[in-house]
Design a protein around this ligand. Structure first.
Ligand code: 4AD
Ligand code: MG
Length: 467
């Protein structure tokens, strides 16, 4: 007998095959002389139906204990299913309960629960259909990402979580003291002595692996990171987490146009992969979460993204305001950053597809972005996705030492803190570019899930870090 996951049994199991099934009870129905159990092991949306007749050893005891949420094991024979919607079911030969689940206190009931309620029982919510689908799709997205880069010869590089540099220069870093909690150094005044910090200088949780990815790209040409990043911004929105995963490719001998082309092909690849690997989960999202998800996926796969400059975007927004087509909370003017309401108007109302905005004003973007010839804008690009807003942020990097030094100083940063980064421009510098994809925002975009807290198993936000 081969042990198979339920997804495989449902897909390819044949009558008369003997199987062993392990999982958690979703429903139990008792009839006269027999019972039906729906069991789920997380491998698919659908549960497997098991029929148990009263002649099976331990029947009475089992039926008493096998309530919703209990962990169970069956050995049995596959038979063609009489019920509709299911090709095959199991006729049990032997049955076992591993762990009971008290129906009076088990928080997951047969009815549909709200996502707010499920957030409070984060340790159990993965057992629901919605979160099963989300986390299977999340896994497929991650696999698609590695497949895309590995097929193209990119090296997956591992960049540090603890770092001394603020890549984005936005001051949104969580500090890491490195203190031994049993032996915190004190000053004469008995306050904490930060100068005796384990690292001897302030260290932080990384906001981005980009600077280190640039180091690696200057040796391996094409690399990518896929790792947790941290932002200490107190943004309580449905698009922000304090801890999120980022994918950051970095390519040597690459300009902004090639960077955008890669980002577009990258998103198309992920959508195609997920549509192929998780059709049932995607249909579930269409039926239960957002009826447009399949259309959106098809559009992404088959159409080019819109590309406009920041300057054009500002003109379009100003025109829309002037005509009275739209009212924004925040004003729009050249030189200020686009707010999410502006971004969403562009990609949802004007173009209704992912929109790449390029060449932002230098003063609102990070120090490492390449200064354009007009000296006013930088070779930056943001990809805006309908319903999400910014999903990717990237740029061509400043490869000229003197310009980089100038930009760094202008942003109040010190050369000595980034001496190693400047060295990359001293020794064998090349035009290079890259971008960062917010992984949770991608999963939101893919599934239509409204809140970013519901696409990561253990969300960290200003309000919650339960365990
Ligand atoms: O635009 P960001 O800040 O860009 C960077 O960090 C660059 N160093 C990337 C690079 O060029 N290698 O962040 C990149 C993406 C955003 O577009 C967004 O999708 C996501 O990361 N992101 C967040 N996702 C969830 N919660 C947050 N607080 C996020 N902040 C950024
Ligand atoms: Mg950004």
């Amino acid at each position: 007998m081969i042990e198979k996951r339920i997804a495989e049994i449902l897909r390819s199991g044949e009558p008369d095959e003997t199987v062993k099934v392990q999982g958690w009870v979703r429903t139990k129905r008792e009839l006269k002389g027999f019972a039906f159990i729906e069991v789920n092991d997380g491998s698919s949306m659908a549960s497997l139906q098991v029929v148990i007749t009263e002649d099976v050893a331990g029947y009475e005891e089992f039926i008493k204990k096998a309530n919703t949420g209990a962990s169970v094991e069956f050995e049995g024979v596959l038979v063609a299913s009489q019920g509709k919607g299911q090709r095959i079911e199991v006729k049990a030969i032997s049955i076992k309960v591993y762990g009971e689940s008290d129906p009076e206190t088990y928080p997951l009931q047969k009815k549909r629960h709200s996502f707010e309620f499920l957030r409070d029982i984060g340790h159990l919510r993965s057992r629901t259909n919605s979160f099963g689908a989300v986390f299977r799709v999340r896994n497929a997205c991650a696999t698609a990402i590695h497949e895309f880069f590995q097929q193209r010869g990119f090296l997956w590089v591992h960049t540090p979580i603890i770092t001394a540099s603020d890549c984005e220069g936005a001051g949104e870093m969580f500090s890491v003291t490195g203190f031994d909690l049993n032996n915190i150094p004190r000053t004469k005044e008995n306050t904490i002595d930060y100068s005796k910090d384990f690292f001897g200088k302030p260290t932080y949780l990384t906001v981005s692996g980009q600077l280190e990815a640039e180091v690696m790209a200057m040796a391996f040409s094409n690399v990518y990171t896929f790792a947790p990043t941290f932002r200490a911004e107190n943004s309580n929105t449905s698009r922000h987490l304090a801890e999120f995963w980022m994918v950051e490719p970095e390519m040597a001998f690459c300009d902004l146009k090639e960077d955008m082309d890669l980002a577009e092909a990258f998103l198309q690849h992920i959508f195609k992969y997920v549509m192929e690997k998780c059709p049932e989960d995607m249909e579930f999202f269409r039926d239960r979460i957002d009826k447009t998800v399949l259309e959106t996926a098809e559009n992404i796969i088959n159409n080019q993204f819109e590309r406009i400059t920041y300057t054009e975007a500002v003109k379009l927004l100003e025109k829309a305001i002037e005509k009275g087509n739209v009212k924004f909370e925040y004003p729009v003017s050249w030189g200020t950053d686009l707010q999410s309401e502006h971004e969403r108007y562009l990609c949802e109302k004007l173009f209704n597809k992912p929109t790449i905005v390029t060449n932002y004003p230098a003063q609102i973007k990070a120090f490492y972005m390449r200064l354009d010839d007009d000296e006013k804008t930088v070779s930056a690009m943001d990809i805006l996705a309908p319903k999400i807003g910014e999903i990717i942020g990237g740029s061509q990097r400043e490869e000229r030492l003197d310009v980089l030094q100038r930009r760094l100083l202008a942003q109040g940063m010190k050369e000595e803190d980034l001496w190693w980064y400047l060295d990359l421009r001293r020794f064998g510098t090349v035009p290079h570019a890259g971008f960062g994809l917010g992984f949770e925002r991608l999963v939101q975009f893919m599934t239509g899930m409204g809140n970013i807290r519901d696409v990561i198993p253990f969300p960290r936000t200003p309000q919650s870090a339960e365990f």
